[in-house]
Design a protein around this ligand. Structure first.
Ligand SMILES: [Zn+2]
Length: 428
């Protein structure tokens, strides 16, 4: 295993020595590089192979022979967007029935085929990198989709994947059927500190980048307005899972929507809090101190609320207001907020970039919202040296929109040019 890649690298570098890497120039009418809040006007991006070689004032006359030129002089160029909370193996689950059908009636091969379409959709929307946070009963099919993309077999974004995720026995769907039936589960059921360590080892050996835990369930609004929950793992269990994950040099995301789930996750030292509909001020302070990321997934809450309220779960409607308040407090406290949508929880035919407008509605500037999906998200993924901004040496992951998103954030729902690693997938 150690020697083969070096041998292969020598072979491929020999093979490519004959042909110089492709050179592409993009003329951008304006460009946000991800590092500065202000746009630069009339910029030329020179791309060699899959990397950015230079970002410079327009040099239209200086392009060398044989280079491809892409004219985006009427467009606004941006770093490829990053969605840090997706589910390519899930095709919308507003109600538990939607969810159960996918686990009970659809085979994992069928779900994986649909998953490849979801991955392509992510790319078409302008998300050149995603963190896919568990397959909901489809095993490690995300590892395979990632592999197929990386091998060039299918188009899709760069992916970090979480495989099966973990919850304690009996806490996660599928639930509610006759006790006589043996039904599939949306997670790996894990109990006890040692069980947690074993599950981390198993999942890492099967190729996951991230560990995902579900830290709470059964939400209810207390009379004092605080969103309470039933915590799943004990603090000792969570600490063991976090410790084992970090010991193996991986990261851990925690689905934690309410009081106890968030508190236990923050105390245990997870790397990101997913959803965080209610987070106490004290926990926000700990998140700032620990550098814990907050991935709020605002849009999905508004989207599923009506459907879930119609089936009797009114708490989802109350949670929208609580979520907005938490987001505003987190922003004020200086918590690192990374863009994530939970797409898959809602239909992939809906552009997840709708999240941006809600972030702005809840108090972010457009520049802050864009940063959450570029530089900040790249840092959460540990990929800040490779993606998240447009500068020499980074992957040529570039998208464009028709007009200035700082004036109208919804422009990000109209991505009409997508390049990933120097290859164009969408053109105006
Ligand atoms: Zn999710």
């Amino acid at each position: 295993m150690k020697r083969l890649p070096i041998f292969l690298a020598l072979l491929t570098s020999f093979a490519f020595a004959q042909t110089a890497p492709k050179v592409t120039y993009i003329w951008c009418g304006s460009l946000y590089d991800g590092k500065h809040d202000a746009a630069q006007k009339n910029v030329t991006v020179r791309i060699v192979g899959d990397k950015i070689d230079s970002v410079a004032p327009n040099t239209k006359s200086a392009e060398e022979k044989g280079a491809e030129v892409i004219d985006l002089s009427h467009e606004v160029c941006l770093p490829g967007l990053i969605d840090t909370h997706t589910h390519v193996l899930l095709q919308g689950d507003i109600t538990s029935e939607d969810y159960d059908v996918q686990l009970l009636k659809w085979s994992i091969p069928y779900r994986t085929i649909l998953g490849t379409v979801s991955a392509r959709r992510a790319l078409d929307y302008g998300f050149t990198t995603i963190r896919d946070l568990e397959t909901e009963g489809a095993g490690y099919a995300d590892v395979d989709i990632k592999k197929a993309i990386n091998n060039g077999a299918i188009p899709g974004p760069r992916m970090q994947v979480a495989g099966r995720a973990m919850d304690v026995t009996g806490a996660y769907p599928i639930v509610g059927y006759s006790w006589e039936l043996k039904l599939p589960k949306g997670v790996q059921e894990v109990d006890g500190a040692e069980g947690g360590r074993k599950a981390v080892r198993e999942q890492v050996s099967n190729g996951v980048d991230w560990i995902k835990v579900y830290s709470d369930r059964s939400y209810y609004v207390r009379p004092d307005g605080i969103l309470d929950d039933v915590p799943t793992f004990t603090l000792d269990e969570l600490k063991a899972i976090v410790d084992e994950t970090h010991r193996e040099r991986h990261k851990i995301a925690s689905h934690a929507a309410a009081l106890n789930g968030v508190h236990n996750s923050v105390e245990a030292g997870v790397d990101s809090i997913e959803h965080g509909m209610y987070i106490s001020d004290a926990d926000l302070q700990t998140m700032v101190a620990h550098g814990t990321y907050y991935v709020p997934t605002l849009f999905v809450g508004e989207y599923v609320a009506e459907g879930r309220a119609a089936t009797g779960a009114k708490v989802w409607v109350d949670m929208i207001k609580i979520h907005e308040d938490t987001f505003r407090r987190a922003l004020k406290a200086g918590v690192k907020i990374a863009f994530g949508t939970d797409v898959g929880g809602f239909d992939w035919k809906i552009d997840p970039a709708k999240e941006f407008a809600i972030m702005v509605k809840y108090g972010m500037t457009p520049a802050q919202a864009l940063r959450s999906a570029t530089v900040t998200a790249s840092e959460l993924l540990g990929m800040q040296d490779k993606i998240g901004s447009l500068e020499a040496g980074k992957f040529a992951d570039i998208v464009a929109v028709p007009a200035d998103p700082m004036a109208d954030i919804q422009q990000l729902e109209h991505v009409n040019f997508v390049m990933k690693g120097g290859i164009v997938y969408v053109k105006p």
